[in-house]
Design a protein around this ligand. Structure first.
Ligand code: OGA
Ligand code: MN
Length: 295
């Protein structure tokens, strides 16, 4: 396996390894896992991607998130991001499927609003628009390392609140359905995620982050906006322009990402698998201590 740097201080392409190799072979998994811990974003090109190979690859890294789909609400490990309706027509811009992509165009990390947040996401392109539709990444690890030591020290003690309905509300009021709101109550996590394999710390924040525990709302919003602006300052991102056969994997503990727009009349079809964080990924240290009982 060969590692080729792509981004400013993070993000690499892996050569000489396939998703199927990782699925089938412990040594290949270990090498790719080490690259994931170190570089945060991994790009594989020229892959022969099927749902099955993507699932088998992803399962190596930990338990997969289950997403409910359809009126029967059956579970699947695949998230389909598409702008095509059941008849294969591109949906209008105000359609739920299109709005969902629009929400993904806000800087975020996947699943901080879930009871178990995500370690990693694996995204493959199936239909690519003629232009636009890139996915852009920044390193929240490098963003944390650029902060003043006194601010870093303050943030190490801080916990922040994440809410799916909050980020969806920025796109369209009521985009999160009452069922989704009930299923996804706000979650509180430490603002810094320390990687247990290398000790490196990263800001853990996203468009879903709306409050800091114990801080006045205005002050917290201001600090969150400043951290977001510093993390996403221009010139620090890796933007992935998709080609057929590309698969990109990212560390949700140490990056943020956003989708980029594309012409609304062109289809785009992406498939994501999402790996839940576990104790070995540092999840336990992210939990807020139980609240003190009120006097
Ligand atoms: C995602 C996501 C952005 C894109 O799959 O989690 O945010 O470019 N995707 O589709
Ligand atoms: Mn995402």
């Amino acid at each position: 396996m060969q590692i080729v740097p792509l981004g400013p201080g993070f993000a690499v392409e892996l050569l000489g390894v396939t998703l199927a190799d990782v699925a089938a072979n412990d040594a290949a998994y270990k090498e790719v896992r080490a690259a994931f811990e170190e570089h945060s974003v991994l790009v594989f090109r020229g892959q022969d991607v099927t749902d099955e190979t993507q699932l088998a690859f992803s399962r190596r890294f930990g338990p997969l998130e289950v997403t409910k789909v359809g009126s029967e609400g059956f579970g699947t490990n695949l998230v389909i991001l598409k702008t095509l309706d059941d008849n294969g027509n591109v949906v209008p811009e105000d359609h739920r499927l299109a709005l969902r992509n629009k929400a993904n165009q806000l800087w975020h990390t996947d699943s901080p609003f879930k009871r178990v947040p995500a370690l990693a996401s694996v995204l493959s392109s199936r239909i690519i628009p003629g232009r636009g539709g890139e996915t852009e990444f920044i390193s929240t690890r490098l963003a944390f390392e650029r902060l003043e030591p006194s601010l870093q020290q303050r943030l190490r003690q801080a916990f922040a609140w994440h809410d799916y309905a909050y980020s969806r509300g920025k796109i369209a009021p009521g985009l999160a359905t009452p069922e989704e709101r009930a299923a996804l109550p706000p979650q509180c996590w430490r603002l810094i995620w320390r990687n247990p394999t290398n000790g490196r710390e990263a800001l853990y924040l996203a468009s879903h982050t709306y409050a800091i525990e114990g801080m006045a709302p205005k002050q917290a919003q201001k600090l969150l906006a400043e951290l977001m602006a510093a993390a996403t300052a221009s010139g620090r991102s890796y933007q992935h322009g998709w080609n057929k056969g590309d698969v990109v994997m990212w560390d949700n503990r140490a990056t943020m990402h956003r989708g980029r727009p594309w012409p609304a009349d062109e289809p785009r079809y992406m498939v994501r698998t999402t790996i839940s964080a576990t104790a070995v990924d540092g999840l336990e240290s992210m939990r807020a201590p139980p609240r003190q009982a009120a006097e």
